[in-house]
Design a protein around this ligand. Structure first.
Ligand code: SF4
Length: 373
């Protein structure tokens, strides 16, 4: 590899103060230049020898070139995300197993896959035969990991991710971008690092930024009570939601089956909710607008007092009511076959129950007493 003059000048200048990046260490000592990698080392080098030694460790130098020249924004969330994509060591590595440069170069020839929610990111070299360090990124749905590109709709503009993510597989609007209902059948190929980060942000807004803040120990979490108390207008009522109802709400909306963010907010800083926050890669730092809107409805409903009703049902009909609620809550209604009358959520079973137990459009139930009466 031939080092460009301005690159050599940057590396030479960096060595004056001592330099280390991804296993490449450079230093200027009174006796000459020092170059070290995990497999090579040279000391007391003249300037010419130093340049030759740098050209001999081309993987380390082209790696440095990519990260210093093609990817800007030292310390930014986007840069940290791109390094995570190829398992490069980062300041906040956590539990991610990182790859040293030679192993990473080997892996980038085939492509390194990472999963981000329902997104699959592949980092690879632009030129596989003669890698000059330049990476490109492919992005598609995890369910399409084994689908040939020719069978997918191929896009190259990050903002097109916004349209893809607006509706689910059935054409239903997705009010929560991080719900696990992203439709498959599309791919972005050959994105630059900046384009990849933009596309991911269109799919899952702010997830890269919050993931980065969390890794840096700087995630500012707004818990339920502080979020609820600062609401105004029609949402002013949500701070009246009882604490146990906040538990039910988190179970209804925030668990992994409903949202891919990992809920980090609690009832209060020192009052944790019992419901599991989930295992998502990226954190949720405050109750979202969908939860706030739903909380308003629940706050109004929870203000009603409980009553006791008498309702005649067979045991099987009671079981069927439970099955119906369960099927709706789990989004399984469309999976229940019309011919399967063994299912409590079967349409004919539901129509039969309605025909038998409804009077004038509602359950034939009689209010018997209020609690405590
Ligand atoms: S509040 Fe709950 S539903 Fe909303 S983004 Fe956070 S975890 Fe997801």
């Amino acid at each position: 590899m031939e080092l460009r003059d301005h690159e050599f000048e940057r590396l030479r200048a960096a060595s004056e103060d001592g330099f280390e990046f991804d296993g490449l260490k450079l230093e200027r000592t009174p006796d000459g230049y020092v170059l070290e990698t995990p497999v090579e080392s040279g000391t007391e080098l003249t300037e010419t020898e130093f340049r030759t030694a740098l050209e001999a460790v081309d993987e380390y130098v082209t790696n440095w070139r990519y990260w210093q020249e093609a990817v800007d924004g030292d310390g930014t969330a986007g840069r940290a995300f791109l390094r995570w994509c190829e398992r490069a060591p980062t300041e906040a590595d956590g539990s991610d197993a990182s790859l040293p440069v030679p192993g990473r170069y080997e892996a980038l020839r085939d492509g390194i896959d990472r999963t981000w929610g329902q997104l699959r990111v592949t980092a690879r070299f632009l030129d596989v035969d003669e890698p000059d360090g330049e990476r490109v990124y492919d992005l598609w749905h995890v369910d399409d990991a084994d689908t040939p590109l020719s069978e997918l709709e191929v896009y190259d503009q990050p903002r097109e991710a916004r349209d893809i993510s607006t509706y689910d597989e059935d054409g239903q609007y997705r009010p929560l971008k991080t719900a696990p209902t992203l439709r498959s059948g599309w791919a972005f190929t050959g994105l630059s690092g900046t384009e990849l980060v933009d596309a991911v942000d269109f799919f899952y807004p702010a997830t890269v930024a919050n993931w980065h803040r969390e890794r840096e120990g700087a995630l500012d979490v707004d818990h339920w009570t502080e979020t609820a108390e600062r609401q105004t207008g029609i949402y002013d009522v949500i701070d009246e939601l009882p604490r146990e109802a906040v538990e039910w709400m988190a179970e209804a909306c925030c668990v992994d089956s409903q949202c891919l963010r990992r809920r980090e907010w609690q009832y209060e800083e020192r009052d944790q909710l019992d419901v599991d926050g989930g295992d998502g890669k990226f954190p949720c730092r405050e109750p979202c607008s969908l939860v706030i809107a739903a909380a308003r409805k629940w706050a109004i409903l929870e203000s009603e007092s409980e009553k006791t009703y008498e309702l005649e049902l067979t045991t099987s009909e009671l079981n069927q009511l439970e099955e119906l609620i369960d099927a709706v809550a789990e989004g399984r209604v469309d999976d229940v076959r019309e011919a399967d009358v063994n299912e409590g959520a079967n349409r004919y079973r539901a129509r039969y129950l309605r025909a038998k137990r409804f009077e004038d459009g509602s359950l034939d139930a009689v209010e018997s007493s209020e609690p405590g009466q």
